[in-house]
Design a protein around this ligand. Structure first.
Ligand code: IPM
Ligand code: MN
Length: 356
């Protein structure tokens, strides 16, 4: 296959982890006979510095014209005081919205070799952790009406949490389809005891579930879900939830894997174009030191091969190589434990490539 990939390295550790990812993809191309062509574009803080805005039109155009988009990370202290619509994060939200990527898949898997890096007691994770968080990505309060107004308590601000039937339907279907290929168990997370938007959400989930009698469905309020995730992580399979709840719960789930540096993600819409990114941020405190963990980005590459291009064997080659490196005892600082061999970002990339 010949595939065009838009690369958005972004800020902080973004360019470092992206560089390793590209080397891994090139190795896959070599081994399996594919050509990956890359077009690098600016988004986030670097785009603010170079073009005066976080998401230039050219970036959107290049991304739309490509087969798939790869984003590393955006943001940093330097741009933290800018107004909301000029912040680097706008680039991420803008791309998700512009590309119609409503389904965000965040798999949290605890590698056997990383059990020591997981902060939970061993007995809580003895049965393993393999959770797929399916987060709605283009709705809810992230995209609802927002603004400021005067109230009798002084100035106030609001972000409206709104979901339409169609928006809930499509993300719920995505979750059920994924569950069918896994353990056939969906947990819906909402706050329907309080929020009207969650009451609509729950009713649509129940409706969609009728088409999937083979998949077990249960429901948790988001506060309870955050507690259950810690108490019984092994019992979860697919979690479907809205944008803000999914943002929070996926960070929580990431800790089961030992480090947020291990968590990849895929953002999908109705077509084959997807955007792939590590769940972690730009980590400006460790940028440029060659100590970042590139595994989340490299595993996002595997997700791209699988979900956008249908290259399941190639994806597995990456996942297996990552598992081998971990089994061989190599660790970046974030997943380091006693007796293991500590390596930097570039070295980790190389070790993975050697095993493909
Ligand atoms: C994420 C991030 C983003 C989000 C930020 C950077 C806008 O936290 O992808 O989880 O809140 O969605
Ligand atoms: Mn987040």
């Amino acid at each position: 296959m010949k595939l065009n990939i838009a690369l958005v390295p972004g800020d902080g550790i973004g360019p470092e982890v992206m560089a390793q990812n590209v080397l891994v993809l090139n190795k896959i191309g070599e081994k399996f006979g594919h050509t990956f062509e890359y077009k690098e574009v600016d988004a986030g803080g670097i785009a603010i510095d170079k073009h005066g805005e976080p998401l230039p039109q050219n970036t959107i155009d290049v991304c739309k014209a490509s087969d798939s988009v790869f984003l590393a990370a955006v943001g940093g202290w330097k741009w933290d005081t800018l107004p909301g619509n000029m912040r680097p994060e706008r680039a991420l939200l803008g791309l998700r919205g512009e590309l119609g990527l409503y389904a965000n898949l965040r798999p949290a898997t605890l590698h056997e070799a990383l059990k020591d890096a997981c902060p939970l007691k061993p007995e809580l994770v003895k049965d393993g952790v393999d959770i797929m968080v399916v987060r709605e990505l283009t709705g809810g309060m992230y995209f609802g009406e927002k603004g400021r107004k005067q109230t009798d308590m002084g100035e106030a601000a609001y972000d409206v949490e709104q979901y339409s039937v169609e928006e809930v339907k499509r993300i719920t279907k995505t979750a059920f389809e994924i569950a069918r290929k896994r353990k056939k168990h969906v947990t819906n997370v909402d706050k329907q005891n309080v929020l009207e938007s969650s009451r609509l959400w729950r009713s649509v989930v129940l409706e969609v579930a009728k088409d999937y009698p083979d998949v077990e469905l249960d429901h948790l309020y988001v506060d309870n879900a955050s507690m259950q995730l810690i108490m019984r992580p092994s019992t979860f399979d697919v979690i479907v939830t809205g944008n803000i709840f999914g943002d929070i719960l996926s960070d929580e789930a990431s800790q089961m894997t030992g480090s947020i540096g291990m968590l990849p993600s895929a953002s999908l819409g109705s077509g084959s174009l997807g955007m792939y990114e590590p769940v972690h941020g730009s980590a400006p405190d460790i940028a440029g030191k060659d100590i970042a963990n590139p595994i989340a980005t490299i595993l996002s590459g595997a997700m791209m091969l699988k979900y956008s291009f249908g290259l399941a064997d190639e994806a597995k080659a990456i996942e297996d190589a990552v598992a081998k490196v971990l089994n061989d005892g190599y660790r970046t600082g974030d997943i380091m434990s006693e007796g293991m061999k500590k390596v930097g970002c570039k070295e980790m990339g190389k070790l993975i490539i050697d095993r493909i």
